[in-house]
Each structure stands twice: as structure tokens, then as C-alpha cells.
Design a protein around this ligand. Structure first.
Ligand SMILES: [Zn+2]
Ligand SMILES: [Zn+2]
Length: 202
């Protein structure tokens, strides 16, 4: 079910990913989002009528909202994404810090942001994730989460507890571990660790 092998890798792709944020919505797309917040769901034909636009334009606006993570597809149109609050983590509702942000691309084409790898790894276990990018803790670059090294349980806690830090370089993660403790893990190991520690069951 979890398929993040299909990952976006190069720097350019990261930039594209980043640019698909709400700020890049056109004025009409912003208006559509406001309308959607009031209605919760709208069909493509309602959008055409409401804005007096062609079906092709309505589809383009719909796609922009889905790509921005504000809406998800329905049979005839779109509905408001479960967490479309800009700048908030889709899991804990905490503020998004660019230093620790974790971004998912989902099967339905939408995008979600988590405040840090802790919430990101929880999300990987819960959602149909196609690919994921995580911010390198030391340098702030977005890295393919599949190729990153995660340091769990170190003494450095920037966001959610227990702390999970992301490193693009395994060497840097190991060096950091020497000073601040914890355990270096792959994406799958770190996801299993967070799942286990956050589970309410034994
Ligand atoms: Zn969070
Ligand atoms: Zn967090």
C-alpha cells in the first residue's frame, strides 16, 4: 500500500514541488477555494456556471487546487481537503517550519505537508503516499525521504516529540549522533519506530 519508491529526486523537481503552494493560485482559483470552503464540495459544472468559464478552464482551476493540496477529487468535482489550512501540519495542526517540513505527494494527485519528520512518518503509515520529500535538518534542502537518514531519539527536539531529524548525508547523521545521541534509521525503520512508540496498544 505504501509506495514511495516512485520518488522525485532532483533539485529542479523539488523546486516545482515547492512552487505548487497556495500563493501560486490565480485570483479566480483563490475565489474558487473560498467558495469551496463555504460549500465543502462543488462539481465541475457548478464551477463553470458560477464563474462563467469553459469546462477546460474549470478543469484547470480544479487541478490547481488539488495540486496545492487544498482540494481532493470527487466523482463530479472536488471537495475541501481534510486539512487545507495553509501553513499548518496535516496531522497535528502545528505550524509548519521550513527547516523541518515534510511534504507528501498522494495517489489522488494532492499534496500534504507535515510540520516535521515525526508527523511525516506517521503520515507515511496512514496515507497512500506516492512520494515524499523531507527537509535536511542541517542545510534546509529538500531531499527524497527514501534516500534520507533519520535520527530518532536524539537530545535535539525542534518540533514534535519524540524527535526525528532528517539528514541527506548518512555521514552527517552519524556525526550528529555522536554528539547528540539517538539512533540512525532508514525511512522504513524510522516509520516503524514512530508507529510503535505512538501506538496506544502494547
Ligand atoms: Zn505535525
Ligand atoms: Zn512536528
Amino acid at each position: 500500500m505504501i509506495n514511495i519508491d516512485n520518488i522525485i529526486n532532483d533539485y529542479h523537481a523539488c523546486q516545482v514541488f515547492y512552487n505548487l503552494s497556495m500563493e501560486n493560485l490565480s485570483e479566480r482559483q483563490q475565489m474558487l477555494l473560498e467558495w469551496l470552503k463555504a460549500q465543502n464540495s462543488v462539481s465541475v459544472s457548478e464551477i463553470e456556471a458560477h464563474f462563467s468559464i469553459s469546462p477546460a478552464t474549470a478543469y484547470r482551476d480544479v487541478r490547481a487546487l488539488i495540486q496545492a493540496g487544498a482540494a481532493v477529487k470527487t466523482f463530479q468535482g472536488i471537495k475541501l481537503a481534510p486539512s487545507s489550512q495553509e501553513g499548518k501540519c496535516a496531522f497535528c495542526n502545528g505550524a509548519i517550519n521550513e527547516r523541518t517540513v515534510f511534504i507528501f505527494q498522494l495517489q489522488d494527485g494532492s499534496q500534504r505537508k507535515a510540520c516535521c519528520p515525526h508527523c511525516g512518518l506517521m503520515g507515511i503509515s496512514q496515507l497512500d503516499v506516492v512520494s515524499a520529500l523531507s527537509s535536511d535538518f542541517l542545510h534546509g534542502r529538500m531531499v527524497n525521504a527514501r534516500q534520507a537518514t533519520f535520527l530518532v531519539e536524539s537530545s535535539v527536539n525542534l518540533c514534535c516529540a519524540p524527535s526525528v531529524l532528517c539528514f541527506a548525508s548518512q555521514d552527517e547523521a552519524l556525526n550528529f549522533q555522536k554528539g547528540f545521541g539517538g539512533q540512525c534509521c532508514s525511512l522504513d525503520e524510522a516509520a516503524a519506530w514512530v508507529r510503535n512508540i505512538m501506538s496506544i496498544h502494547d
